[in-house]
Write a new protein. Sequence first.
Length: 51
Amino acid sequence: MNKMQVGFSEPLNDGNTENTTLGCRHTNPDICGSNGIPGKCVFISEDCICG
């Protein structure tokens, strides 16, 4: 499992939008409703994009 996490208040990286980001920005990913969902969760996506 990928553990890429970015601080919630960090500036957006190139290619990020308000809907998708490189890495997880949730303050507590363990309780995120999208945690572990294919195509949504950065922790299981190969491109490390949270959607």
